[in-house]
Design a protein around this ligand. Structure first.
Ligand code: NAD
Length: 336
């Protein structure tokens, strides 16, 4: 039996905690070191999941007893940490987005392409078992030639405007997951048309951003993809996909904790509320993402696991959507 993959985790905040728990649960992974600029966070993480703590991310990446690095620190740190990991010959699972600035992404593109170790991007939704099964059945030809993909993606509530100001905007911060999901069905997108809306959140509006958006992508084969985003949803996290083709339709609806339904004098067939947000809705997906990364580190990179080029393509689409929404025109894109 092979030895567990030895991990350095950089950033022990919201998403870092998710990865620490996945590493802990995996029989094929071990947390060797957790690094956080606020070392108390790293210390809390290793107290729970094992390993040593440091405030120095570069030291953690370079450590001899580390095979693989998870970059879960804030977005502006990703490119430098990714470069350091590539220099050290370590495999990387990097959270999305790679950066908010495509020129910084392109500055490391050649090195990421040439890397002998895998670079995997944290597009966790690709690993969601429901969406993965829908994709498998579309690819198996069940709906015939894919004509339209409808992605609905609404967060339960808007983030604080302090966050919105540095987030890169709704397209780069939020819809980037949906752009990647679209590309997992229709890899070659040729145009982007987006409408940005200011419907309900004055703080987001004052920050110069949109609180909702509707985007249409067109694929090289004439396929259309619509992405409907909102920063709020009264009924919880709204994550649905519909795939339409000449021979039929495949759909994935929202997930509830159990399938128990109740009927009474006032309502029929009422289920439990949908999952609150991404930590609850995509718990399995994060664990499967880590398993796919571990397999890649061991030389078994499965088809469809998102890499650096997918991270770059999603940012190109987000930039195009931003331009389209600001300028009121369709933007042609070239993802090659
Ligand atoms: N895939 C997903 O579903 C998902 C969800 C949330 C966040 N993210 C992404 O993950 C990243 C982190 O987001 P978050 O919500 O966990 O943020 P967070 O603020 O909760 O956590 C970030 C942590 O990184 C630490 N940190 C800051 N600079 C550092 C450095 N140079 N070295 C080491 N640690 C450092 C901070 O102290 C903090 O503990 C962002 O890029 C975000 O876009 C992805």
């Amino acid at each position: 039996m092979s030895q567990p993959v030895r991990f350095a985790l950089i950033g022990t905040g919201r998403i870092g905690q998710v990865h620490a728990a996945s590493i802990h649960r995996s029989p094929d992974a071990v947390l060797t070191v957790a690094a956080d600029a606020i070392v108390a966070g790293a210390e809390r993480t290793v107290a729970q999941h094992g390993g040593r703590a440091t405030a120095d991310a570069l030291e953690a990446i370079a450590a001899d007893d580390v095979d693989a690095v998870v970059i879960a620190s804030p977005t502006p740190t990703h490119v430098d940490l990714l470069s350091a990991a590539l220099d050290a010959g370590k495999a990387v699972l990097c959270e999305k987005p790679i950066d908010l600035d495509i020129t910084r992404v392109d500055a490391v593109r050649d090195r990421a392409r040439a890397a002998s170790t895998p670079v995997v991007l944290g597009f966790n939704r690709r690993f969601d078992p429901h969406f993965a099964e829908l994709r498998r059945r579309v690819q198996a030809g069940e709906v015939g030639r894919l004509e339209h993909l409808a992605i609905t993606s609404r967060d339960p509530e808007a983030p604080p405007s302090d966050y919105v100001r540095v987030s890169g905007g709704i397209f780069r911060d939020m819809a980037i997951h949906d752009f990647d999901m679209a590309r997992s069905f229709v890899p070659d997108i040729v145009s982007v048309t987006a409408v940005g809306l200011r419907q309900f959140d004055a703080g987001i509006s004052e920050a110069g951003d949109f609180d909702a958006a509707v985007t249409t992508l067109v694929g090289a084969g004439g396929e259309s993809v619509t992405i409907t985003n909102s920063r709020h949803s009264a009924y919880g996290y709204d994550q649905r996909i519909e795939a339409f083709g000449a021979d039929g339709l495949l759909e994935v609806g929202n997930v509830t904790p159990t399938l128990v339904r109740s009927s009474s004098a006032s309502a029929s067939s009422v289920g439990e509320p949908y999952r609150r947000f991404f930590l609850e809705r995509y718990r399995d997906a994060y664990e499967l993402e880590l398993a796919a990364f571990v397999a890649a580190v061991r030389g078994d990179l499965a088809p469809g696991v998102p890499g650096f080029e997918d991270g770059r393509a999603a940012l190109v689409l987000a930039d195009a959507a931003e331009t389209s929404a600001r300028e009121g025109r369709t933007v042609a894109v070239d993802l090659s």
